[in-house]
Design a protein around this ligand. Structure first.
Ligand code: ADP
Ligand code: MG
Length: 359
């Protein structure tokens, strides 16, 4: 634990903050609300990592995550989760970050009564702007997916601000590890990650393309219960703008998605190009027709996604176990299953696993 111990300030978190309710749980960490004991009693989110579960490689990943968050914190980008401080006690590392109390992006969207292309644009603009800032610093996020896109607040003036969170995977892992870790939601992974031919910031653009597609119809472009088949579909860029759902979406939106979901990473659009795209910059009237069928599709996909995150990840990992990294990730997941974490995810899905919202 040498490397990290030097990195994290030895200052018990509990003297300065009161720990509150649990906000979420990831691979290594539990995230809880933390309230400053003094001053204006400001609330933060603290990522809590048990030192005992960290292998030396994980330690490195965590150090990297903090380094990246520190670099990004200097930018004070409105759409990137701000890092306040890191500290440690006897058995635990703490990463104190800006609290995003508004919940995950897709959870908010399924609750909306009205939803149209403009809502999708407002979300995409913020997400791409955050990723652009990362890319300017040569930081590749690598794990862009709905769980890592959080709303700043439930109400008030920051209600619609989206923040990019979780830099744990950024720049650290080799291709096979990324693939193994992406198992919970393999639908967002770029073809070059599957092919294991090296990767760069273009992997983020692919994931952004997948996210934009879902934001416009409520179901994913690449979908199969069978992972090898899903990976083949991704590598062949096999997707369609399924009727009738896509008939109501503008050609500009489709063109932009086409420029992002390109197999050759060199030919994929860059964040800057996306931000300057006609679909992004169009100034359209407030009232736009609602996307019919979107809510229904999205509800099904979102519940299914949460269900799968818990259950399917295991099958996915064992299907692609290649080398130590994947095995390690699989074991970690098995451990979570045996501890009961995964069951919790299953219960989160409101209904029993719904039928596929396949395109
Ligand atoms: P991991 O690196 O283990 O995946 P994450 O950083 O993704 O951990 O955090 C796990 C979960 O905790 C997230 O999916 C989210 O639901 C919640 N979470 C993370 N950061 C915050 C935050 N700043 N504010 C509110 N909730 C958060
Ligand atoms: Mg995460």
């Amino acid at each position: 634990m040498g490397l990290l111990s030097a990195f994290f300030r030895r200052d018990p978190l509990l003297t300065h903050y009161k720990i509150g309710r649990r906000l979420g749980k990831g691979t290594f960490a539990t995230v809880k609300e933390a309230t400053e004991k003094t001053g204006d009693k400001k609330k933060w989110a603290v990522k809590i990592i048990d030192k005992r579960v960290l292998a030396p490689e994980d330690e490195q990943a965590l150090t990297k995550e903090v380094e990246i968050m520190k670099q990004l914190a200097e930018l004070q980008h409105p759409n990137i989760v701000f890092l306040k401080e890191v500290c440690q006690s006897e058995g635990t590392f703490y990463i104190v970050q800006e609290l995003c109390a508004g919940g995950e992006l897709f959870d908010r969207i399924v609750e909306k009564e009205k939803y149209n292309e403009k809502d999708a644009r407002v979300a995409m603009k913020q997400i791409v702007s955050a990723v652009d800032a990362c890319h300017d610093l040569r930081i590749v996020h690598r794990d862009l997916k709905p769980e890592n896109l959080l709303y700043q607040a439930k109400t008030g003036e920051h209600r619609d601000v989206i923040k990019l969170a979780d830099f744990g995977l950024a720049n650290m892992l080799k291709a096979d590890e990324a693939l193994a870790t992406a198992c919970g939601t393999p639908g967002y992974v770029a073809p070059e990650v599957i092919a294991q031919v090296g990767y760069d910031k273009e992997v983020d653009i692919w994931s952004l393309g997948v996210i934009m597609y879902i934001l416009l119809c409520g179901f994913p472009p690449f979908y199969s219960e069978n992972n090898p088949q899903l990976f083949r579909m991704i590598q062949r860029c096999q997707y369609t703008f399924t009727r009738p759902y896509w008939d109501q979406v503008s050609d500009e939106a489709k063109d932009l998605i086409r420029s992002m979901l390109v197999v050759d990473p060199k030919k994929r659009a860059t964040c800057k190009q996306i931000l300057e795209d006609p679909w992004m910059t169009v100034d359209e009237p407030q009232k736009k027709p609602e996307l019919e069928g979107f809510q229904k599709n999205m509800k099904i996909y979102n519940a299914k996604r949460k269900f799968k995150a818990g259950v399917m990840a295991l099958a996915a990992i064992s299907a692609m176990q290649r080398g130590a990294a994947a095995t390690k990730a699989a074991n970690k997941l098995k451990e979570r299953v045996s501890k009961g974490d995964v069951e919790e995810v299953v219960q989160d899905a409101a209904a029993p696993a719904p039928a596929a919202a396949e395109g």
